[in-house]
Structure formats: C-alpha cells, structure tokens
Write a protein that binds this ligand. Structure first.
Ligand code: ZN
Ligand code: ZN
Length: 493
C-alpha cells in the first residue's frame, strides 16, 4: 500500500472537489481522505510526500500518431549543424534503426555551404546501409547510394536529380517507414512511451497504419501492449470493418481522410479560400462511402473514426452520423477527429447525438487569432467558425483532447491551457471543462473502461502530478503514478 500525501487531489466530480490524501493498494485507489486528520495513525503504508502538487486522474491524449513521433525522436537530429563537416561527422556516427539510417531537421539555410551533402559525401559517411536525410520542413530529402539501389522506385529507375523533392521525396520517406522491422517499430513505441510519460500522460490513443496498409503493425503493437509504461490505445487505420473485427479492435479507422488540411488548401469548405478564391478544397469520398462505413461499424458495435477538418467535411460526416444514429440509436461514440471548422448546420445535425470529437487545442494556439493561419486562409468569418468547443459541448458532443503528435508535441497541460484561451472567446472552456477533455471525457471515449477518469475509490490509481492548477500558465508536469507506482517525481531526492 502507498499513501500519497501533501497534495490537492482533484476528483474531477465538480470544479472544487478535492481530497488531501490518497491510499493505493494493488494498483487501485483504496481510500481518499478529505482531510489529512482522517488518516489512521497506525496505517501501515509507504508514505509519499507530493510536495504541495495538484493531482489529477491520469491524463489521456486521445489522438496521436505515436509511431511517427517515436521514430522521429530516435532519428539523428541535424538541427544543430552549421557546416557540412558537422553534418558528415554526425552522419558517420548515426545509430541505425532496423538496418536503416534516419536523419532529419537539416536546415540547409543554416549550413555555411548552403546545400545538402552530395552523394559522394553521404556514401563516405554511411557506405553500407540505406540513409535518408530530411530537410527541416520534411518536403525534400537526400539519400545515399545504398538507398537509391534499395528503394523500388515507381518509375522503374533510380532518380538522377538529387536532392529529392515532392513525389520522389514522399516515395523515399514512405519506403523508409515501411521498411522498419519489428524491433525498430517497438523501439519507436518505447520512445513514444517515454516521451508521453514525461509529458504527464498515462494513456495515449494512437493511429496505426496509413489508411489501407496491412495491419501487421497493428497486431505487433496490440500483442506488446504490456511492455510499455503508458497504456497505448491502438486504432487500426483501415476502413474494412470485418478486418477490424478479426483484429479484436473495438474501433475502426482513425485519420481516414474525408478531406485534407487547411494549411494545404485541401480541407473541404462551403466557401472559397480567402487567399485562393478559385479553390474550396474537396471532399475525398462521397456521402455513401462514409454512410456504409459508419453503418457497418455501428451494426457491429465498433466505434467508427474519421478525420474531418473543413466545414463541408464536418457537415458530411455529421450528416452520416445523424442518419446512422436515427436509424439505430446506440450509445456508441463514433469519432469526428479534429472537427475543426464547424458550421451551425453541423451543430444542428450533431445535437443530442453520442458523437465524439477528439480535438486539438494546440491547433488554435498555433493558428488561431488575428493574422494567424486560419485568418489568412479562411478570412475573419471563417476563422470564427474554427474550434467551436463550447458550442460542440452544448450540443452534447463528447469532446476529448489530443495533440495529433507528431504534428504538435505531446503536451496535455498546453492543450488544457489552449482550450481555456481559445482565440474566439465565445468558444472557450472553463478550466474544469478543459481538464475533463483529458480525463473524464477521454475515459468515456475508451468505452470498455469504467474505472478511469475520476479519482474515486475502486478506480485505477493512474495519476498526473502537476506543480499547480492544470490550466495555470506556469504549471508544469511534476510526476506520474501508473497503477499505483510512482514512475517519477521531479525535485524528489
Ligand atoms: Zn487527421
Ligand atoms: Zn491525426
């Protein structure tokens, strides 16, 4: 038994509801004490002093691509290099991952010579195994001769023009990712688990696969969940409901794209882009495709998960959900992932449905506000319809918090802060509601689980320990308890 003391244990039952001490046994919460004075003097338990911290039910990030995030963290980071010599020296010491060498974050403009290393230089540094060096924005890359030989180029022959850009760069990157062996895949998740813990997370939902690829990677993660300190909740990113059933997954889909992104003008809008009047993005699939997908998942009792960003895409998926739930009412939380640009029509369609929206408050912090990316692409009017959290919550949508890591960092505290400070004041959440995105609501989304999200007797003892209130400007992650075990506590000697 462990007794955690000297902290404010926020139950998440009501905004100010809290306890003074928490007693853990066998990974569950055995007792909560309103006042320290209630603790029996003869209690035999290991006492852990939390140094005045604020303690919450373990934070969950409900939308990540953790394999990519973990993999990037293991790659050689060339961001600190300012000359070709430094780049070559760093590359010569690269630690291969699953028989491949990855390097990224090369900022050619910061290199004295102003260019990528050439083929001869790369071959000298890494002669035997395929190497990829990615530019800081990820849109171009350089490879060595071993990679030129190994990649099965669609055109039939190795490209002559280096560095690689656009389609060729994507082709090379995709091949490198697909070639990571099982050990490499698991090391990427190991790294992701470590990064998640440091960010104060105890559970992480992760999208696996790229839409239609074979689910080998999903099976590997599913069969190794026990080895990680954080709980991964894997999503098979496929649209084949039967396959998801065979895999034993209670959900199907993930970032299955109903449209693209605002930054690349591919999010489907109801009006033209402010800065590209000839374009309004495109719906990638017709209504009927999504209806068949969601209806089949619904019938089988699986959560259907779809990526929708632009107003027209969110309306399309909201319309599908309305139809499916009306035909067969069930308390299944189908997910509109991102649910970024929301029209009044979408709010009407979603009103009263058990639909869920895993949202990314960090997007608003990065792109909201005057002169931000939303305003540039969508105009002032369009900007005001982004990230309508308060409206969605009022319509009864289950809002949960996520980072879309690797797009933004794993940072639940940053997400909580951003949700309380949205650029549109009318859509801001209260601190309590914002913290619920990462606790109570996240637990509801993981349907199978009813012992998470609150600090209650009998619930799992997963705790996120913060130096101050979750929404506080200066609050930082102090520690994490997983299944009753203190995994780390900063400042503890
Ligand atoms: Zn997405
Ligand atoms: Zn995503």
């Amino acid at each position: 038994m462990r007794l955690f003391t000297n902290a404010r244990f926020c139950s998440m039952e009501a905004p100010d509801d809290h306890y003074d001490a928490l007693l853990e046994k066998g990974g569950s919460i055995l007792r909560l004490y309103r006042r320290s004075g209630e603790i029996p003097a003869d209690l035999h338990a290991e006492r852990i002093d939390l140094d005045g911290a604020w303690v919450y039910p373990g934070f969950t990030d409900t939308h990540t691509h953790s394999f990519d995030g973990g993999l990037y963290s293991l790659c050689l980071d060339l961001g600190g290099c300012s000359s070709l010599r430094q780049v070559i020296e760093a590359l010569a010491g690269v630690r291969p991952l699953g028989g491949l060498a990855f390097a990224w974050n090369l900022d050619v403009h910061r290199i004295r010579e102003g260019r990528f290393p050439n083929l001869t230089e790369l071959d000298r540094a890494v002669p035997d195994i395929p190497l990829i060096v990615k530019r800081v924005d990820g849109h171009s890359c350089m490879v060595n001769s071993a990679a030129l030989r190994a990649v099965p180029w669609k055109s039939g022959s190795a490209p002559q023009l280096l560095p690689l850009t656009r389609e060729l760069s994507r082709e090379a990157s995709a091949w490198f990712q697909s070639m990571v062996d099982e050990e490499g895949i698991l090391s990427a998740y190991d790294a992701a688990s470590r990064i998640a813990l440091k960010a104060g997370l105890t559970r992480v939902h992760t999208m696996v696969g790229d839409g239609e690829s074979d689910p080998r990677h999903f099976v590997l993660l599913r069969d190794n969940l026990e080895r990680f300190d954080v709980d991964f909740v894997p999503y098979p990113q496929i649209s084949n409901v039967n396959r998801a059933l065979e895999l034993g997954s209670p959900r199907v889909g993930g970032c299955l794209l109903s449209d693209g992104s605002i930054g690349s003008h591919t999010a489907a809008l109801n009006a033209p882009y402010a800065d590209q009047p000839e374009s309004r993005g495109t719906l990638y699939r017709d209504q009927d495709f999504w209806y068949r997908f969601v209806r089949e998942a619904h019938r089988e009792g699986l959560q259907a998960c779809v990526h929708a960003i632009g107003e027209a895409a969110v309306e399309q998926i909201a319309g599908v959900l309305r139809r499916v739930y009306d035909e067969d009412p069930k308390a299944l939380h189908h997910q509109i992932i991102h649910c970024e640009m929301v029209s009044d029509r979408s709010l009407e369609l979603l009103e009263g449905l058990p639909a869920a929206a895993p949202v990314q408050p960090a997007f608003d912090a990065l792109w909201g506000g005057e002169g931000g990316l939303y305003e540039k692409h969508l105009g002032k009017e369009g900007r005001a319809r982004c990230n309508r959290y308060a409206s969605l919550a009022r319509a009864g949508v289950l809002l949960t918090g996520g980072s879309d890591w690797y797009i933004t960092p794993l940072d639940p505290l940053g997400g909580i802060r951003a949700a309380t400070r949205l650029s549109n004041p009318a859509e801001r959440l209260s601190p309590f509601e914002a913290i619920r995105l990462y606790t109570v609501n996240a637990a509801k989304l993981t349907a199978s689980d009813d012992r998470q999200g609150y600090l209650r007797e009998g619930y799992e003892c997963d705790l996120s320990i913060v130096s101050g209130p979750g929404e506080g400007e200066k609050s930082a992650v102090k520690g994490v308890v997983k299944e009753g075990k203190l995994l780390f506590l900063r400042g503890r000697t």
